[in-house]
Design a protein around this ligand. Structure first.
Ligand SMILES: [Fe+2]
Length: 369
């Protein structure tokens, strides 16, 4: 649901989650049912009333008919991004907040499911947990980032109600080990040139079996990622703070995403290979230095990743993913949402293909050991 009854159209990413279920009966065809996820935001914006009234701005949108100027209700967990069935639970995930659990038969919402707490409460109990933080910048620059982090955290949590860690909506399942893999970033990572990743691995009973933390000296926006037997793989989408955009975003007349811009300063794409296995950690390879793919791409989604022995006695990592040009990707036009004229027109993505938009195969080689 991305239009309310009071004149607001929000970005599809800020639309309320609506879970569809298809049941296939051998003798009786297919039965369809659907239900909104009863998040706290949905309860507030619809409740039991007949009409919708959006009260949250959402990170990508501008309200038209609602409280606009000075509205700090930016984060809106709408549980709309991905669906997970794991450990006997059906979860709807969102990029930045807790998953919501639903009943698979009735699609009724059970409530929030604090997956990160399961991972973080188990600290110390998991033998494989290890913090892997390299510091590659001069001491003074790191101290400046530490100070900025201390200033930002209370603002992000106290004013904007952001949890300290942002769970990414894309999860992975390792079928070989029967594990669920999740990753979280720190809330302040969006604003600072330092990226904190925490990877969690849960068994079929949601028990933490591995946890690794990494700190990268880069300003990144990550939505999807990959893993192999030995590594987590992150393609570095480079962003920077847009100061004029930040000022406008704070007023409520521009979407909050206007505070960020793509950083096209490098013509390559960093591919971070972060050690997952004990052997990869022990190899001593400096994982803060990315492999630079020789083409600049904004990474969207990963199809698959795997590794195989090569003829040189090392490992080849293969990654299948979709990406697009930095020239084409634009925070203000995603899915055809135009907050200036209240329009949502995804057909703009059907523009005539230019050479830049044609599919390309990019080869990235890295011999790891
Ligand atoms: Fe996605």
């Amino acid at each position: 649901m991305f239009s309310d009854d009071h004149g607001s159209i929000v970005h599809p990413l800020d639309g309320h989650g609506y879970l569809r279920s298809f049941r296939f009966h051998p003798d009786d065809g297919v039965r369809y049912s659907a239900r909104y996820v009863e998040t706290a935001a949905k309860t507030e914006e619809k409740g039991d009333g007949a009409s919708w009234r959006f009260t949250h701005r959402g990170p990508f949108s501008v309200l038209q008919g609602g409280h606009r100027v000075g509205n700090v209700k930016v984060m809106k967990n709408v549980a709309n991004t991905s669906v997970l069935w794991w450990g006997g639970r059906l979860l709807c995930l969102w990029e930045g907040g807790m998953p919501y659990e639903l009943d698979p038969k009735t699609l009724e919402t059970v409530g929030p499911f604090d997956l990160l707490a399961l991972g973080d409460r188990a600290d110390g109990a998991a033998p494989a947990r290890r913090r892997l933080g390299h510091r590659r910048r001069p001491w003074l620059a790191e101290a400046g980032l530490d100070a900025a982090t201390r200033l930002l955290r209370p603002v992000l949590s106290g004013v904007f109600s952001m949890p300290p860690k942002r769970l990414l909506a894309h999860y992975k399942v390792d079928p070989k080990r029967n594990r669920l893999l999740m990753v979280a970033c720190n809330a302040e990572d969006m604003l600072l040139p330092r990226a904190n990743f925490t990877f969690y691995e849960f068994d079929a009973g949601f028990r933490l079996v591995r946890k690794r933390e990494f700190v990268l000296p880069a300003h990144l926006m990550i939505h999807d990622w990959a893993f192999t037997d030995s590594h987590y793989v992150v393609l570095g989408n480079r962003i920077r703070l847009d100061i004029p955009g930040s000022m406008l975003a704070m007023t409520g007349t521009h979407p909050m995403i206007a505070a960020l811009a793509l950083d096209p300063s490098s013509r390559t794409t960093p591919v971070y290979l972060l050690p997952r296995s004990t052997e990869a950690v022990a190899s001593g390879r400096d994982w803060t230095v990315p492999v630079e793919a020789a083409s600049q791409m904004w990474s969207l989604h990963v199809g698959n990743a795997f590794e195989e022995d090569n003829a040189r006695g090392g490992l080849d990592l293969h990654l299948h993913m979709s990406g697009c040009s930095y020239d084409w990707f634009h925070f203000h036009r995603m899915f055809g949402y135009n907050w200036k004229n209240k329009k949502l027109d995804p057909s703009f993505m059907n523009a005539v293909k230019t050479k830049e938009m044609l599919p390309r195969l990019v080869k990235v080689n890295e011999c790891l050991f």
